[in-house]
Design a protein around this ligand. Sequence first.
Ligand code: HEM
Length: 504
Amino acid sequence: MIIYLVYFAVVVVFLLLLHEVVPYKFQSIRHHLMIDKIPGPKGIPILGNALQFNVPTEEFIPILKKLYDEYYPVYKIWFLGVSIVFIGDPDGVEKILSSQQHIVKSDDYLILEPWLCKGLLTSAGTKWHDRRKLLTPAFHFKILEDYVHVFNKNSKILVNKLAENASGSTVNIFKYMTNCTLDIICETAMGTTVDAQNGGQSEYVAAVKRMSELFQYRQLRFWVHRPLTFRFCPVYEEQNHVLNILHGFTERIITERKAEYKSRNSNVRKNLKSKRISLLDLLVEVADETGELTDLDIREEVDTFMFEGHDTTAASLTWTIFLIGLHPHVQDKIEEELQEIFGDSDREVKMEDLSAMKYLEQVIKESLRLYPSVPQFGRKIDVDIEIHGYKIPAGAHCIVMPLFMHLNPELYPEPYKFDPDRFTPDKVQGRHPFAYLPFSAGPRNCIGQKFALMEEKIVLSTILRNFRIQSLEKPENIKVTGELILRPKGGMEVKLTRKQRITS
Ligand code: HEM
């Protein structure tokens, strides 16, 4: 009996493995020959280098960095029959990112699809082109100006929460940043509030956070990357439950908005320049006018913005606060700048103040150099290309690594030194346009880049007008995880000392 069970288990494992490899095993001999000319670590049959990456989260980045240093500027690995080429220098990266041809995302984005379906982040081809064209006006300067109010409102809630819970003591700042950015993205993308900072809509807020954790869980376990094997995973049922909450919430909001739209019969797009609208309003109107967007089309875009628009910004804010708290002279300079803009007033930040926060912007940019929220991103190559003399065949996956490029001493001397003056206008001008990539570059760059910078300036300036920050950890002691988003493992403790004024 036992022998039959063992036999059965072996057959199941074999079939699962076959399922993993079948889509790729017919890669042409030409493909293999081309890829194998690219340097890289040795792997084993079928699994390739997969076992080398089956490590605890905090070891993932050091392994990739070691390979980057050893094989710079280009190296390859095999992962369950998939060829992955890492490109580490600005010239090589430019060839991929500047092209209109290589816009298909790599297969690891598949794990995002149960939540985001084929939204702007994950789609390709004409669908992506049409959606990008449709959504770009929603990030117009005039629309963003309207969001200043939302950024201010939530920053005030944040400093009041910090004053209640954190003044004079240490606090895990990451948690606060996540709740604040969640509230902001909900209000701007969906026009609704989840009140995460006050513990409201806790089921939806908990589901968003849990889904981000489940993405990381899956990203790190190569054997559950493909949908079939994921079905046998202990968290599969839990993910379905979380997805029901997430999709159910967005669907409810869409239904409400559609009903509201019909009743007020407004014309959102005609009013783009003068009216406060959310991304969802725009989509609802396009759906009504053209009949081309289904409820699912709308939902996948709203969900995409919910995901891309909060975790990235929360991580960036956290790292920036950490670095400011570690460098008192930088904090003094920001305080001087804010004093010049606001004096002793506790008024809200206005749109015109943002362009005066020049030094704070340099600080945010330098933090994103050291800790880019998206440490790497991938494309599936559409037609053969040549990079540094190596031919990369169509169908190969190419990974761009901003994190390591930003730490390359040829591009940034003394790369581990935190120096916001690297981003003075003259320094930026002399730099390769693809040497700084926190928001990617080219046609598929981050559509929310300006939104994020505005949001961060308002949140950070509000914190710094009310608190003095002190970071207690040293960068070398912090464990960094970077599967999807680069974050400090276990959060980030900082000490906040309240200044006299608390924004009311
Ligand atoms: C500091 C904050 C942010 C960082 C560092 C960041 C970074 C990035 C990066 C690197 C990409 C390209 C990813 C890839 O090629 O796979 C991207 C794409 C994207 N980002 Fe952001 N992002 C930030 C904030 C935001 C915000 C606030 C929003 C929305 C309000 C947003 C929406 C998007 C969307 C929709 C895409 C896909 C664009 C496309 O493929 O056409 N991001 N982001």
